[in-house]
Design a protein around this ligand. Structure first.
Ligand code: HEC
Length: 151
């Protein structure tokens, strides 16, 4: 449980970091079909190279605090969440998108932050209220990258 405590502390610190100026105040609308969001959040698909970099950025995306996978620095990756190796073969693009946008829609108890919601949860510090954790374009970059992880 030592590792889990460390992860949660890091996560708390990251969520309390001040958001850079100019962050969008309004979310793009999206529609959920089943367990997926089929269409890109702002109409266009993202950039897989940018998504790979964001995935590896512990402070910005937080993903590898909980998830392991084929990412840099395996020894720093978390074990609180499923390994994302081969995720692009297990889930569709739209399924991956909904899981990043709002995992709590699928599992209200999930510890995974809802990355594209204005009320990501009670753990969100004041500076983050009213803003999504990641911008729509950043989520699309992550989706574009994760769909390439086929094996
Ligand atoms: C605080 C821990 C945490 C963080 C941070 C986190 N996740 Fe998760 N994630 C989880 C957990 C736990 C699950 C398992 C589903 C659940 O919660 O019910 C999950 C599930 C997923 C799934 C579905 C996996 C599967 O095999 O079905 C994807 C895709 C995913 N996360 C992507 C991401 C991405 C991309 C990021 C960063 C933008 C991220 N996660 C950040 C905890 C986290």
């Amino acid at each position: 449980m030592k590792a889990a405590g460390h992860c949660v502390a890091l996560l708390g610190a990251a969520l309390m970091a001040p958001q850079e100026a100019g962050a969008a105040d309004v979310l793009a609308t999206y529609s959920i079909q089943g367990d997926a969001i089929a269409e890109p959040l702002e109409g266009s698909r993202g950039n897989a190279v940018a998504g790979a970099a964001l995935m590896a950025d512990r402070q910005r995306s937080l993903c590898v605090l909980c998830h392991s996978g084929p990412f840099p620095n395996p020894h720093l990756q978390g074990t609180l969440a499923p390994d994302l190796t081969g995720i692009g073969a297990r889930l569709s693009e739209g399924q991956i998108r909904l899981r990043i946008v709002d995992m709590k829609h699928l599992n209200p108890q999930s510890i995974m932050p809802a990355y594209y919601r204005l009320d990501a949860g009670e753990r969100v510090a004041g500076a983050w209220r009213g803003k999504p954790v990641l911008q729509a374009g950043e989520i699309e970059d992550l989706v574009a990258y994760l769909v390439t992880l086929k094996d």
